[in-house]
Each structure stands twice: as C-alpha cells, then as structure tokens.
Write a protein that binds this ligand. Structure first.
Ligand code: SAH
Ligand code: SF4
Length: 385
C-alpha cells in the first residue's frame, strides 16, 4: 500500500523512515524537499540515495488535493476549489495585503455545528479533512504563488541553512506569511489532524511560520480549546457573535453546550499559554439581529475581564440565508461603542466579494451525510463532541 507523505509531520516521517529501514534523519531531508521545495517527485530529490528514491517511488506518494478551479478577484484575492474526492470540494483563499499574505484554509468538508448565518453550516457535514488535505492546501498555494511570482530557490537545496535564509527573507519567498483556519469547517472538531498540520506549519524544516502568525478560529469547543493550549498554542480567534446566551444559543447552536461563561473561562486559560496576549473575538454583523448599541454595550460588560480585540465581520450574504448585512452606519456606531470602552476593534474588509471568497461564503461542494434537516439539536451537539 502506498502512503501519502503529506499526512506526516516530522515525528510521523521519522516513524515512516524507520519502517522502511532508513535512518530517522532522512525525515528532515524529506520534510525540506516536500514542504520547502514543494517537490512531489522523488526522482528529483537529489541528495537522497538512488536506492532510497526508488524505494520511495514504490511505497509512497506526495499527493495534495487536486485543484478544480482557480479565480482571482478584482482586489487580488484568490480562491481555489480543491477536490477531495467523492464529489466533495473544499475552498481556500489567499488574501494579499501590502505587509502580509494570508492563506485561509479549510479543515472539514462542511460543518456539523450549523451556525445559522454560515453557508458552510447550512450545507451540512460530510467528513473531516485528512492531514494531507489540510497541509496540502498550504503546500499547493505556496508552490503555485511562488512559481507564478518567479521566485526560485537561489541556493542549492543541499545547503539547508542558506536555503532557510532565503525562505525567511521577507518579500522574497514569504508570499504566505499568515495562515488562518477560517475556511470551511470547525478546526477543533478535527483536532488530531489539525494539530499535526499545525506542527508542519510551525516546523522550521517545513513552513517555519511563527505561532502568532497561525490562527485557529473556533466557534467555542471548550474542551478542545484546552487541548490546543496544551498541545500547540497558536493564535486563537473565537467566534462570539452575540453578547448573551439567549442570542448566541440561536446563532451558534454549540453555545447550548458550552455557554458564554464557560467559553470566556476557557479563553482566560488559553491566554496563559497563547503566543499573543489577547484573544480575537469575531463578531458577524447581522442587520437588526445583533448590531444595536445596546448589544455593543452588553458586549463591553461581558468581556471586561478578558484581554481581547474585536474583529467585526459584515455579514456576507448567500442565497436563502434569511439575514442581511448591517448598514455601514450601524457597524461604525457599534465599533465606536467598543472603541470608546477601550477595546481595540477592527472592521473586516469584505474581500473578494465578486468571487464569493469572503468569510462564510466558502461553500465548496458538500454532500451532506448527516441529512441535517432531519436532525435534532441534540444530535448536532453529539456530532460536535
Ligand atoms: N468554524 C470556525 C472557523 C470557520 S468560519 C468558526 O466558526 O470560527 C470563520 C469565520 O467566519 C467565523 O467567525 C464565522 O462565524 C464567520 N462567518 C461564517 N459565516 C459568515 C458569513 N456568512 N458572513 C460573515 N462571516 C461569517
Ligand atoms: Fe461551522 Fe464555523 Fe460555519 Fe459555525 S461558523 S457552521 S462553526 S464553519
């Protein structure tokens, strides 16, 4: 049976090398070839012995998800649709800005948590992505963007120290400087695979990103937030969306299981290990639902003991959502209330609108295996365990 080497982090690759009778240090060479050079063809891995290359060709592959489509929006935002088999597709988005390049990736095919304003949630859940499918998004985007911008390795791959310098030099190879888990799915509901992919993102022999530049966004799976804190504390964004349980229960159904008080307590615990000294709260602005001045004031009270920043996200519409985007005026007033209370607040620019590449519009193609419409709230909670 062939194995996909994209499924392995450093530890996994070392185990694989042992299994095929190779020294563990080969894992480091493989990591560099696969993730730094974006090489999928073993015969090109010139510093590996020919016998090993031949052995790899018969036992392993480097296989990211296949790209089905590729769109660039007027503002430079780019969206790829990737096939993950059986008619399912996932999306990833690259957002270039003057000082950074952010890749927004998916963690599941669909999502079981059924937030009412979310296009992915509306589509139901099919399955978790594998490690190869998660890291494959970064692998693919990194390679594609680098090749297109004409950035080549200036140095021989055999000189790893120098090579790493090239990768690190800003503006040259670092096209993707930040990764956010804000595409399809709830990353903490696919914990093990996401954690292994995070290891690769942070590994100096792979992508070498710093913890503060990798953000996991969660709707609030409290036990998994604690596990992430222990295993791999990267930057954390929490989708709050409401200032009280009554409203959050409606918008983010997982709140019925992990209400706001427990969520904020988990945020406090997370902060003890976090690479940043604040939590980012995401707050989707829904016209007439959660965007009044009194909601803003309630929010200020709610988070008074939690070091945090706010990211207000104007709702991105999709067909039959039943919601409308808050007016720019309502967003501005809401932001001002938070700012006057001393909370750093940004309003997310709606990027890539013309190609439906904005948050919550990442629909992909999901063949719902759960027939959500017939499921009870209880079953949804069970699925989120
Ligand atoms: N499941 C995770 C991460 C993916 S969603 C989470 O919920 O945090 C990334 C962000 O987009 C979340 O804050 C989510 O609430 C927000 N979002 C979902 N649908 C949206 C929509 N239609 N418009 C704007 N933001 C949306
Ligand atoms: Fe899932 Fe996040 Fe969408 Fe909620 S907002 S349904 S958790 S992807």
């Amino acid at each position: 049976m062939t194995v996909n080497l994209l499924d392995f982090d450093a530890e996994g690759l070392a185990g694989f090398c042992m299994e095929i009778g190779e020294k563990p240090f080969r894992a480091r060479q493989l990591l560099r070839w696969i993730h730094q050079s974006g090489e999928a063809d073993f015969s090109n891995m010139s510093d590996l012995a020919k016998v090993l290359r031949e052995k790899l060709a018969t036992t392993a592959v480097v296989e990211p998800p296949r790209v089905i489509s590729d769109h660039i929006a007027a503002d430079g935002t780019r969206k790829w649709l990737l096939s993950v088999g059986a008619g399912n597709g996932i999306e990833m988005v690259f957002i270039p800005e003057s000082n950074r390049g952010t890749l927004c990736i998916s963690s599941q095919v669909g999502c079981a948590l059924a937030c009412t304003f979310c296009s992915t949630g509306k589509q139901g859940f099919n399955r978790n992505l594998t490690v190869a499918e998660i890291i494959g998004q970064l692998w693919w985007a990194n390679k594609a963007l680098r090749e297109e911008s004409g950035i080549e390795y200036a140095l021989e791959p055999e000189s790893p120290v120098n090579k790493r310098e090239v990768i690190r030099s800003p503006g040259r190879s670092r096209i993707i400087s930040n990764v956010v888990f804000m595409g399809m799915g709830e990353p903490l509901a696919n914990f093990e695979n996401v954690a292994t992919a995070l290891n690769l993102m942070l590994d100096d022999n792979a992508y070498g990103l710093s913890r503060r530049r990798v953000t996991v966004s969660t709707s609030g799976l409290v036990p998994a937030m604690d596990r992430l804190r222990e295993r791999c504390p990267v930057a954390l964004a929490v989708s709050l969306h409401a200032p009280n349980d009554a409203l959050r229960d409606q918008l983010v159904p997982i709140n019925r299981k992990y209400p706001i008080k427990e969520l904020l307590a988990a945020c406090q615990r997370y902060l003890q290990s976090a690479p940043r000294d604040f939590i980012t709260f995401e707050y989707v602005m829904l016209d007439g639902v959660n965007d009044s001045v009194s909601h803003a004031r309630e929010l200020v009270q709610l988070v008074q003991d939690t070091p945090c920043k706010f990211n207000l996200i104007p709702f991105n519409p999709f067909p039959d959502s039943g919601y409308k985007r808050s007016s720019p005026e309502a967003v501005r007033i809401f932001r001002d209330v938070l700012m006057q209370a001393g909370l750093v607040t940004t309003v997310r620019k709606t990027r890539g609108d013309d190609i439906a590449a904005a948050c919550g519009q990442l629909a992909g193609q999901v063949l719902d295996k759960t027939r959500r419409v017939q499921r009870t709230g209880h079953e949804i909670m069970q699925a989120a365990r």
